[in-house]
Design a protein around this ligand. Structure first.
Ligand SMILES: NC(=O)c1ccc[n+]([C@@H]2O[C@H](COP(=O)([O-])OP(=O)(O)OC[C@H]3O[C@@H](n4cnc5c(N)ncnc54)[C@H](OP(=O)(O)O)[C@@H]3O)[C@@H](O)[C@H]2O)c1
Length: 332
């Protein structure tokens, strides 16, 4: 079978031919129908990820059909359509993952393959209303947005939510989930067309984070600032989030695409009673609740483009260029 493998000192994976794996006891073999990219894949390829190990099959997200079962797993599972929980070993505490927490696709071989074997408990039924690409797009990014908004920031109906960098995969879920929860959603983007598309999807408005005065623009447009900000960029723009926050707001960060946090005065933080929160993916409880939320609101992940598995390099180039809106998906 084909596998997209990250190797040392190459910024794009190579396509290897590997034997079809057999499920061990307690495992199922999933014949993948789709596998989604995450920004993490680019970090790994550029050598900017903790715990690097080569060679490794990339990919954290996947959806497919159970094609074989290992010892101790009922044959009734064969033919079931599933999505994959992209993490392992969350640990005992819901408040944060434990030290053994891992994400599929480093160090464990990931989903950019035709078949993967995983413990049955790391699968969940594919939501019926989603096609294969949409189903594969959901797990990692959907889980990240879900936990950040509802477990960490406790977003409430009627609140004003800012989602930064709306072209991003997690950000698109932030927009959808915020709207479904009854929030008034605002966005930032470097691309006016992406802001227009977000407004067409239900956002109240947006500003361009490349404008120096974007926090002031946002504060004015929202009539005093936002209650919650969902941010995957950090970087110098983080100071703007604090400026655009209404007193009492919660700012939840899940990523650092824009680089290190800026130096800033602590005064706006303490004076305005702000909460700064961090969030990473989610527990298996969060994953179950995410699926319930997506089914209840019949939400459909935004798929930007699909590529055949052997065009993984082109798919990664597309993500690196930042022109996407939503998820980029490989079809094995
Ligand atoms: N902690 C976790 O569990 C977790 C989970 C998933 C992702 N992440 C991290 O979160 C980040 C986003 O991940 P993703 O998969 O959603 O990435 P992605 O789909 O590649 O997102 C790319 C988007 O980021 C936006 N962006 C880039 N620079 C920005 C800046 N300076 N300010 C605001 N927005 C900016 C751009 O939005 P516009 O095109 O609209 O300008 C771009 O389209 C990555 O760093 C990723 O590693 C962390």
């Amino acid at each position: 079978m084909k596998a997209a493998v990250a190797v040392e000192n190459q910024n794009r994976p190579q396509i290897d031919d590997r034997p079809l794996p057999e499920p061990a006891a307690g495992e199922v073999a999933i014949d993948l129908k789709a596998a989604a990219l995450n920004h993490r894949d680019l970090w790994i390829l550029s050598g900017n990820y903790p715990g690097l190990k080569y060679p490794v099959v990339l990919g954290s997200d996947g959806a497919g059909v159970i094609g074989a079962v290992g010892e101790g797993v009922s044959e009734e599972w064969i033919g079931q359509e599933v999505i994959i929980y992209p993490a392992a070993h969350w640990g005992e505490r819901e408040v944060a993952q434990g030290p053994d927490f891992e994400i599929l696709g480093l160090p464990e071989d990931g989903t950019f393959v035709e078949r993967i074997c995983l413990p049955l408990r790391r699968t969940a039924p594919k939501p019926d209303h989603l096609d294969w690409a949409q189903a594969a797009a959901l797990p990692l990014a959907g889980l990240t947005a879900f936990r950040a908004l509802f477990r960490r920031a406790n977003l409430l109906a009627g609140e004003k939510l800012l989602v930064t960098g709306i072209g991003g995969g997690v950000a698109q879920f932030g927009l959808q989930f915020g709207l479904a929860a009854g929030a008034e959603v605002w966005v930032t983007s470097s691309n006016p067309a992406k802001i227009e598309a977000a407004v067409a999807a239900g956002a109240a408005g947006g500003v361009n984070y490349r404008d120096d005065d974007w926090p002031a623009q946002l504060k004015q447009a929202t009539g005093g600032g936002v209650d919650v900000a969902l941010d995957g960029a950090a970087g110098p723009g983080f100071a703007g989030l604090i400026e655009a926050a209404r007193p009492g707001a919660r700012i939840v960060n899940y990523g650092g695409t824009g680089g290190a946090l800026p130096q800033m005065s602590p005064r706006p933080l303490f004076w305005n009673q702000l909460s700064l929160l961090g969030s990473t993916m989610g527990s298996s409880t969060d994953f179950a609740d995410l699926q319930g939320f997506v089914r209840q609101h019949q939400l459909v992940p935004v798929v930007d483009r699909t590529f055949p598995l052997d065009q993984v390099a082109a798919a990664l180039d597309h993500m690196d260029g930042g022109a996407q809106t939503g998820k980029i998906v490989l079809m094995p």
